[in-house]
Design a protein around this ligand. Structure first.
Ligand code: NAP
Length: 307
């Protein structure tokens, strides 16, 4: 698909921020192309239920919200292509976006590539990935009906997904390295009230056990140094996320975590290149805030092109 003509705007990544930017840009009649490497929706697709997106008082399934956002962009003719971006260079006023399908050219770019779940890096994690080790309860939770599973982490992802797993599993052990959760109060209260959830405080996962599938976990109490085995058929790991910004190498300013620095207009250090959602520094990492970032970036991208 190597193109000679430059688009007005290319959006890299089709999560909520990218789709919101695409909606505003296509309504502004900008020639806009959204590139997505897999399926549009981003982390909404791995979130079973979203209760804090305004306008849906009953909550909404993540995939359904993604679908509605995509349908709304279709109404205004947003072009979407499946292609993984490998790199971006700016020559003069034009960005050359290198994808595995060829080069795409654009006058402005919005990066909305989000963040991927971190690995814990313990023995057994890589070997048993997809065979009891998972990073997505929404995708794999139903495999553990009436079984015992574990969740590692104490943030919103870990606690929300532990609550989701109570639909299937008999018992969910939440393994957290401290004795206090990072998750928001409402999630904490629900988890503490749920009889299926057991907290393993001050505990870390040392090794994931099993030949062909997960059969147990080796745990260590960080206060006493004592280790013990816990029988479990699955382990869901939620120990944070890493921004997907490495394809930009050092063309743009990032913080030490690899998050792209922006100003309040979502502009990066490179004029015409904007960053939104989980990939940008200081993001509060919510669907609603990603949407807001997307709208801001689309409006300022329009101004950038006009000016
Ligand atoms: P997070 O907030 O960074 O939490 C990661 C958790 O993993 C923390 O409890 C951390 O422990 C633990 N951890 C990190 N490294 C570890 C290690 N090596 N060994 C053991 N434990 C480790 O990540 P997240 O839960 O994925 O959330 C990411 C962002 O998305 C957050 O800003 C969150 O608020 C947001 N989010 C929001 C919602 C919602 O609003 N509904 C849902 C999901 C996520 P410590 O606490 O000790 O650091």
């Amino acid at each position: 698909m190597t193109e000679k003509k430059a688009h007005d705007l290319v959006i890299i990544g089709g999560g909520p921020g990218g789709l919101a930017a695409g909606l505003y840009a296509s309504r502004a009649r900008m020639d806009t192309l959204l590139l997505e490497k897999a399926a549009y929706g981003g982390q909404m697709l791995t979130t079973f239920f979203i209760e804090n997106y305004p306008g849906f008082p009953e909550g909404i399934a993540g995939f359904e919200l993604a679908d509605l956002m995509k349908k709304q962009t279709d109404l205004y003719g947003l072009q979407i292509q499946t292609a993984e971006v490998r790199g971006v260079v700016k020559e003069g006023n034009i960005f050359d976006i290198d994808t595995i399908e060829g080069t795409v050219r654009s006058r402005a770019v919005i990066v909305s590539t989000g963040a991927d779940p971190d690995k814990l890096g313990v023995p057994g994690e890589e070997r048993l990935a997809g065979r009891g080790v998972s990073y997505c309860a929404t995708c794999d939770g139903a495999l553990y009906r009436e079984r015992t599973v574990a969740v590692v982490g104490g943030g919103d992802s870990a606690i929300e997904e532990a609550l989701f797993l109570t639909r299937f599993a008999d018992r969910i052990h939440v393994i957290h390295r401290r004795d206090e959760l990072r998750a928001t109060p409402i999630s904490r209260e629900r988890a503490f009230a749920n009889e299926k959830i057991v907290f393993e405080w001050n505990t870390v996962l040392k090794e994931i056990l099993g030949e062909d599938e997960v059969t147990g976990l080796l745990l260590e109490n960080v206060k006493t140094g004592q280790t013990r085995k816990l029988a479990a058929a699955g382990v869901f790991i939620y120990v944070g996320i890493t921004p997907q910004s490495s394809f930009l190498e050092d063309m743009v300013e990032k913080n030490e975590g690899g998050y792209i620095k922006t100003d309040l207009t979502m502009s990066s250090s490179v004029p015409g290149l904007f960053a939104i959602g989980d990939v940008r520094a200081e993001s509060v990492r919510q669907v609603a805030s990603a949407v807001g970032d997307g709208v801001t970036a689309a409006i300022y991208a329009y101004k950038y092109l006009v000016e």
